[in-house]
Design a protein around this ligand. Sequence first.
Ligand code: HEC
Length: 83
Amino acid sequence: MVYGCASKTSSLKINENIKPAILTLELSEGKVLYAKNCAECHKLYEPKSYSAEEWKSILQEMKENTELDEDQVMKVYNYLIMN
Ligand code: HEC
């Protein structure tokens, strides 16, 4: 009983340690994709300029202007709403 509880806690800790590294990598990828693909027609908008909801609909439209696939759009989206 105590044992099961203890191992649960330690596996949670491992996940918490891994997550920020993945997140940071994905976010920097998103940032690069954003800077490369979204500054051709207009200046880069500040991530803070729009809410997550607004970015969602903006990206729906703007992705048609770019070569970005769904996966890459998600990375750009994550970058934009984390900043
Ligand atoms: C082919 C050209 C083109 C590309 C590439 C492009 N956009 Fe745009 N974008 C426009 C045009 C045209 C507008 C209309 C207003 C303007 O000219 O600033 C606009 C407007 C915007 C706005 C303002 C929306 C509003 O409601 O005020 C945002 C934010 C934006 N784009 C983000 C992006 C993002 C993020 C990307 C990359 C995924 C991107 N754009 C790529 C042409 C482009």
